[in-house]
Design a protein around this ligand. Structure first.
Ligand SMILES: [Zn+2]
Length: 200
């Protein structure tokens, strides 16, 4: 690849750091960008910039948002007594796709992982506790992944909320052990939500 100008080599190098993109794909994308119309490339660059500049965590639930409070938390029609706890914003997208859930969410922004050195303090649950204290919350559905990290995290959330008078359940049925919420199909997720198991 030494025949390419330095700037093109740098772009290929930068693209190859993207998830799922190997060296060969990075080269293909870089050459595509080079040959594509300027307006299309400008649009792409602007979108990348906007995503980075405009999206921030919702102040209440940590979901992706372009405003202080995300569209789900703002939605008056949602059941505010019900919160579904997930690891990442992409899990919300998966559950929303089922169309079967009308409560709010809470995003932990991670999971406890002793192997990766991520302890309980790597989770942000202050706002969840605050919501439990305020009293409007009645039920918490824990929808962390069904792998070891997700299970440890679910136990920790349950224990953290024990002092409040809440119904706490864990989605389960149909979600294969060790799998991630974001990859479950909508029908399976819908069933898993409906067939949640109380955590005592
Ligand atoms: Zn929110």
């Amino acid at each position: 690849m030494s025949g390419y100008p330095k700037v093109l080599q740098d772009l290929i190098e930068a693209l190859s750091f993207l998830p799922g993109i190997g060296r060969r794909s990075a080269e293909r994308i870089a050459l595509y960008i080079l040959e594509e119309k300027k307006e299309r490339v400008d649009m792409l660059v602007n979108l990348i910039q906007s995503v980075k500049d405009e999206i921030r965590p919702c102040r209440l639930c940590n979901n992706f948002s372009t405003e202080d409070i995300c569209s789900i938390c703002q939605d008056e029609k949602r059941d505010r007594s019900l919160v579904c706890v997930v690891e990442y914003p992409k899990d919300i997208m998966a559950i929303e796709k089922t169309g079967a859930y009308r409560g709010l969410y809470y995003v932990l922004l991670g999971a406890i992982s002793p192997l990766k050195g991520k302890g309980v303090d790597s989770l942000d649950i202050d706002n969840l506790r605050k919501r439990a204290e305020e009293g409007e919350l009645k039920e918490v559905i824990i929808a962390t992944d069904s792998d070891a990290e997700g299970e440890i995290t679910a136990t920790f959330i349950r224990d953290s909320l024990k002092q409040y008078n809440l119904k706490i359940s864990r989605i389960g049925i149909g979600i294969p052990l060790g799998s991630q919420i974001e990859y479950a199909d909508s029908a399976t997720l819908e069933k898993a939500l409906a067939g949640r198991i109380p955590l005592t």
